[in-house]
Design a protein around this ligand. Sequence first.
Ligand SMILES: CC(=O)[C@@H](O)[C@H](O)COP(=O)(O)O
Ligand SMILES: NCC(=O)COP(=O)(O)O
Length: 237
Amino acid sequence: MTKLSVNINKIATLRNARGGNVPDLLQVAKDIQKFGAQGITIHPRPDERHIRYQDARDLKPIVYTEFNIEGNPQHNFIDLVLECKPEQVTLVPDAIGAITSSAGWDTIKNQSYLTEVIQEFQRNGIRTSIFVDPILEMIEGAKKTGTDRIELYTEAFAHQFGLGNQKAIEPYTKSAILANELGLGINAGHDLSLDNIKFFKDNIPGLLEVSIGHALICEALYLGLDNVVNMYLQKLK
Ligand SMILES: CC(=O)[C@@H](O)[C@H](O)COP(=O)(O)O
Ligand SMILES: NCC(=O)COP(=O)(O)O
């Protein structure tokens, strides 16, 4: 079974649009878990344009499934994660001000930096995952950092699959096979949707978890949040 972790960044985007507390991020997180999702993901960015650092603190006692905090491990982010102690931290090499995540780590160039940060989180009992493109050298590099898991960056797959190119899955399948051989756990995310999730899951051996936000919230506008969460759960069985 592959776990569904719902990324609630977009709920915070909507809330922040009017400056009040509608929709109520904490209530939505409670409801998403009640509907059956096995995790909640947030990706606070330095400008706090959607998830605020305080949201991470407030969510900690609310999230009784798996809490996954994603972000670039700069000082404020490291402090926040160590304070919140989520089950998992996912390290993403985003530039400040990036519209969204757009690349995985160069795990060779950043090996000693990643190793140091990963050790700090692991010493504090937090499982680590690092965002990587489906490139075999980057998977091998990830192993050398000591991370528990990788998160495959799925934007390229999602885009190509949408154009009808099913072969776009191949580097992901090869990367997953290698990650399994190396003993790395496998997560995936970015632009996964109801249209592509089943094909992706069926072609990725050992896929432990997907984090899905943008498409899921858009789909929920038409289909309802409870319904959409359960549609994903069916496809991830
Ligand atoms: C790492 C990843 O792919 C997601 O966390 C994605 O970047 C969501 O962030 P935004 O909601 O800011 O686009
Ligand atoms: N790690 C990926 C994530 O949390 C959600 O990405 P997206 O579905 O919003 O593209």
